[in-house]
Design a protein around this ligand. Structure first.
Ligand code: BGC
Length: 758
C-alpha cells in the first residue's frame, strides 16, 4: 500500500511539474479547438484514418511503399500529408485536389527535411551548435522557414535534438552534440526560428522534434541500432532537449527507429504518451520515422503490418510516415475492436489542430513565384554562422592568421574546391552553384594583397591512389605556407546510415598530410567533418588545425576571413574529440569512478600498482584530445577565480524557488586582437543520493572583448539548474557540496565551493 501511495505521489509530482510549463498560443486556442470538433464530427472513419497517413512524393530516404496514387488519395480525402514535394506549382496542384475535390476540403500538409537550410545552406547542425549562439541558430532557421514556406513546405522534420555521445554515429552531425543544457538552448532556438512569432504567419513552418527518443545512444554508434538507457539517464540527459522544444511550442514530434529499452521507440507508450503527453502536456502530433512502424516487424514486436499499426497508434504515434500500414489497417482495427475509435479521434484532433494553427484552411496555397537564388542578407547570415562555427584547435607560434601579403600559399586537398561537399549531409534545395569554395574565396582575397594561391587536389576524399601527391608536394615546396583541406565525405560518411568504425582521415589523406608535412613547410590543417575525428598525428606534427565542419554556401568566404584574420575564430566544441576510437562513447559529463586516474601518468603504460589499478587504458590516455567547450581565438583571455554570492544555501529554499546563487568571474582579453569568448559555467554536486557528473554545463555566454578589455560575467544557479532526478526519481535539489567553475572549457577554471544545506 505504502509503495502504491509513493508511486501515486511521484506521478502527481510529475503532473504538477508539467502544468507549470507555459503553453504557446496555438495549443489552447478555443476557436481552433471548436473548429477541430466541428470538423471531426463530420468525418467518416476512412476520412479520419486518411488524416493519419503520409507518403513521400519524392526522393526516398528509406524503403518505398510502391504507392504512387497520391492524387487519387488526396481527391478522396484519404491523405493527411505528403513529403518531398516542393515548389508552388507542384504543391498547389496537389493541394487543389485535396481542397477542391475532397468531400471535407481538408488541406494537405507538405513536409520536408529542411535541416540546416532550404536553399541557403548553413553549417551542418553540429557546426551550427559550435557557435554557442542560439540567437544565430534562430536567425538561420527563420531564413530556412521563409524559403521553405514560399515553396509550399509548411513543415520541417527538424530540429534533431538527439544527444549524441558517440562519434561513430553518423547522425551526430545532425544534432547539437553531447550536452543536454546547450542542446536544450539550441533546440528551442530552432523551434522559435521555424515557427516564428505565430504559427499561422504564412512564413512560419511547423517544427518536428526528432527522433523521440534515445536514437543517439545507438549501441556501438551503429545507425538504427538498439539503445539501452536507464530511465534516470533518459530523464537527465536525453529527454531535456525534447522538453525544451515542447516549451518552445514545437508543433510536432517524430518517433525514432530504435528499440529503446526493449520497446521500439515507435511503439513506446512510456515515452510517447506518459512522458510527452501526460507529463509535458504536448498538444501537437507525432509522426513516425520513415517506415518505423513497418520496422516493428523485423524488430520482433509485431508479426504483421496490422499488429504493427495497432501497436504504434495505441502507443501514441499519430501519423504513419511511409510505412503504408495505417491507411490499409486502421479502419479494420477499429471494426474488430482492437483500436477504440476514440484513439483515432484523438490523433485526428492533433493533426487537425496543427493544420488549423498553421492557417492552412485559410491559406492552403502558396502565392506568387518564389525568387530563384539567395537574398543578400541571408547570404550574410550564412557567412556569419559559418565563421562562428569554426573551432581553432591548435595554433602554435601564431601560425594563423596567415600573413598572405605578397606570399605564396599552397592550397591542397580534396575538400578545397568541392562545392557539393560544402552543403553537408541534408541539403534540402541546396545548390552547389550557390557555394563559394575555399579555393575561390582564398584565391580572390590573397591575390588582392599581391599574394598567390597554388592549388593541388592531392587525392580524393576516399582516395587510394597517390598519383596526385607529387603535384601537391611540388606546390607545397614552391610556397611559404600550406593550407590543407582534408576530411570526410559529407554524404557517405556523415548523417543517416553514415556510421564509422574508424575515425581517422578517410582514404589516403593521412598519407597526403604526412607527405606535405615532410616538406618542412608550415601546415594549416582545415578539417571538414560531420563528427570528431582522431587527429593525434596532426596535433603532434602540424602547427595549426581549424575544424570547419561542413560550412554551407558561404564556406569559402567565411574560411578565408578566418584564415586571413579578417575575423577571429570563435567556435567551441560541442563534442569531445577522442584520441582513439576505443574511447567512444566519450563525453565530458561522465561520472567519476571509485578509482579515478587523477594521479597516474596516462601518457605511458603503467609502471607501478597505483598506476595500474585505476580506471584507465594501459595504451591510451583517458581524456579527450580536444575537450567539450574547447576552442582557441587569435587572442588570449584570462579568467579570474570564480566567486559566488553565498557559501551556503538551503535545498528547501532552492526547491521552493525562493533563492538563487549568483556566480561570477572576470574575463580579460590579454592579447592584441579583439575576440569573442564563450564563457561557460560548470557545476559538480557530491554527497548526493546518486552519483553526479564530474562537470555539467549550466550556463554560457558569448562576449566580445576588445584587446585589454575585461568584463564581469555573471550567471545564476537556481532550482532549474541544480535539480536532478534523484534516487527516488524525483526531480529535486538535494543537499550537496557544490563546486562551480566559470571556465573557457570543460577542463579549466578556478572553482568556488558552496554548501547546499538541507
Ligand atoms: C530520417 C528522418 C527523416 C525522414 C524523412 C528518415 O530516414 O531518420 O530524420 O526526417 O527520413 O526523410
Amino acid at each position: 500500500m505504502m509503495r502504491m501511495i509513493r508511486v501515486v505521489l511521484s506521478v502527481l509530482a510529475l503532473i504538477s511539474f508539467a502544468v507549470a510549463q507555459p503553453s504557446p498560443a496555438w495549443t489552447n486556442d478555443p476557436q481552433i479547438e471548436s473548429r477541430v470538433e466541428q470538423l471531426l464530427k463530420q468525418m467518416t472513419l476512412d476520412e479520419k484514418v486518411g488524416q493519419l497517413v503520409q507518403y513521400s512524393a519524392g526522393a526516398p530516404t528509406g524503403p518505398g511503399t510502391g504507392r504512387t496514387d497520391y492524387k487519387k488519395l488526396a481527391a478522396q480525402g484519404l491523405l493527411g500529408s505528403l513529403s518531398n514535394i516542393t515548389g508552388a506549382s507542384d504543391t498547389n496542384a496537389m493541394q487543389k485536389l485535396a481542397v477542391e475535390k475532397s468531400r471535407l476540403h481538408i488541406p494537405l500538409l507538405f513536409g520536408l527535411d529542411v535541416i540546416h537550410g532550404y536553399r541557403t545552406e548553413f553549417p551542418v547542425p553540429l557546426g551550427l551548435s559550435a557557435t554557442w549562439d542560439p540567437a544565430l541558430v534562430e536567425r538561420a532557421s527563420r531564413v530556412a522557414a521563409k524559403e521553405a514556406s514560399r515553396a509550399g513546405v509548411r513543415w520541417t522534420f527538424s530540429p534533431m535534438v538527439d544527444i549524441a555521445r558517440d562519434a561513430r554515429w553518423g547522425r551526430i552531425v545532425e544534432g547539437a552534440g553531447e550536452d543536454p543544457y546547450l542542446g536544450s538552448a539550441i533546440a528551442a532556438a530552432y523551434v522559435r526560428g521555424y515557427q516564428g512569432a505565430k504559427l499561422s504567419d504564412p512564413d512560419s513552418i511547423a517544427a518536428c522534434s526528432k527522433h523521440f527518443v534515445g536514437y543517439g545512444a545507438a549501441e556501438g554508434g551503429r545507425d538504427y541500432n538498439t539503445a539501452e538507457i536507464p530511465v534516470r539517464l533518459l530523464r537527465q540527459v536525453y529527454l531535456p532537449p525534447f522538453q525544451a522544444t515542447v516549451d518552445a511550442g514545437s508543433a510536432t514530434f517524430m518517433s525514432a527507429f530504435e528499440a529503446l529499452n526493449e520497446v521500439p521507440a515507435s511503439a513506446n507508450a512510456f515515452t510517447l504518451t506518459q512522458v510527452l503527453r501526460k507529463e509535458w502536456g504536448f498538444k501537437g502530433f507525432v509522426v513516425s520515422d520513415w517506415n518505423s512502424i513497418g520496422e516493428l516487424i523485423p524488430q520482433g514486436v509485431a508479426n504483421s503490418g496490422e499488429v504493427a499499426a495497432g501497436k504504434a497508434l495505441l502507443a501514441g504515434v499519430d501519423m504513419d510516415m511511409e510505412s503504408n500500414l495505417y491507411g490499409p489497417n486502421l479502419a479494420a482495427l477499429v471494426k474488430s475492436g482492437v483500436v477504440p475509435e476514440s484513439v483515432i479521434d484523438e490523433s485526428v484532433r492533433r493533426v487537425l489542430r496543427v493544420k488549423f494553427a498553421l492557417g492552412l484552411f485559410e491559406r492552403p496555397y502558396v502565392e506568387g513565384k518564389a525568387p530563384d537564388g539567395i537574398a543578400p542578407q541571408d547570404l550574410e547570415t550564412a557567412r556569419q554562422a559559418a565563421e562562428e562555427s569554426f573551432v581553432l584547435l591548435k595554433n602554435e607560434g601564431g601560425t594563423l592568421p596567415l600573413k598572405a601579403n605578397g606570399k605564396t600559399i599552397a592550397l591542397i586537398g580534396p575538400l578545397a574546391d568541392d562545392a557539393g561537399q560544402m552543403l553537408g549531409s541534408w541539403s534540402a534545395k541546396g545548390n552547389p552553384k550557390d557555394v563559394v569554395t575555399l579555393r575561390a574565396a582564398l584565391t580572390k582575397q590573397v591575390e588582392a594583397t599581391q599574394g598567390h594561391v597554388l592549388y593541388a587536389k592531392g587525392t580524393e576524399i576516399m582516395g587510394a591512389s597517390d598519383s596526385g601527391f607529387s603535384d601537391a608536394v611540388g606546390a607545397a615546396r614552391k610556397s611559404d605556407i600550406v593550407v590543407l583541406a582534408l576530411g570526410e565525405d559529407a554524404f557517405w560518411m556523415t548523417g543517416e546510415a553514415g556510421s564509422r568504425a574508424h575515425l581517422d582521415l578517410p582514404g589516403n589523406q593521412q598519407q597526403l598530410l604526412e607527405a606535405i608535412a615532410a616538406t618542412g613547410k608550415p601546415v594549416v590543417l582545415v578539417v571538414f567533418s560531420g563528427r570528431p575525428l582522431v587527429l593525434n598525428w596532426a596535433a603532434q606534427h602540424v602547427p595549426a588545425i581549424l575544424e570547419a565542419w561542413f560550412p554551407g554556401v558561404q564556406a569559402g568566404p567565411a574560411l578565408a576571413n578566418v584564415l586571413l584574420g579578417v575575423s577571429s575564430p570563435s567556435g567551441r566544441l560541442t563534442v569531445s574529440f577522442p584520441r582513439a576510437v576505443g574511447q567512444e562513447p566519450l563525453y565530458y559529463n561522465h561520472f567519476n569512478t571509485g578509482r579515478p586516474a587523477d594521479r597516474a601518468d596516462l601518457s605511458r603504460p603503467p609502471k607501478a600498482n597505483d598506476e595500474k589499478f585505476v580506471s584507465r587504458y594501459v595504451d591510451e590516455q583517458n581524456s579527450a584530445l580536444y575537450p567539450f567547450g574547447f576552442g582557441l581565438t587569435y587572442s588570449s583571455v584570462s579568467y579570474s577565480p570564480t566567486t559566488v554570492s553565498a557559501t551556503t544555501l538551503g535545498a528547501k529554499d532552492l526547491n521552493a524557488g525562493t533563492v538563487k546563487l549568483t556566480v561570477l568571474a572576470e574575463v580579460r582579453n590579454t592579447g592584441t586582437r579583439a575576440a569573442d569568448e564563450v564563457v561557460q559555467l560548470y557545476i559538480r554536486q557530491t554527497g548526493t543520493s546518486i552519483v553526479r557528473p564530474v562537470r555539467e554545463l549550466k550556463g554560457f555566454r558569448r562576449v566580445t572583448l576588445a584587446p585589454g578589455q575585461s568584463q564581469k560575467v555573471e550567471f545564476t544557479l537556481g532550482r532549474e539548474e541544480l535539480r536532478f532526478w534523484n534516487i527516488e526519481l524525483k526531480n529535486v535539489v538535494e543537499p550537496a557540496q557544490l563546486t562551480v567553475w566559470v571556465a573557457p572549457d570543460s577542463t579549466q577554471g578556478k572553482p568556488a565551493q558552496v554548501t547546499i544545506a538541507p
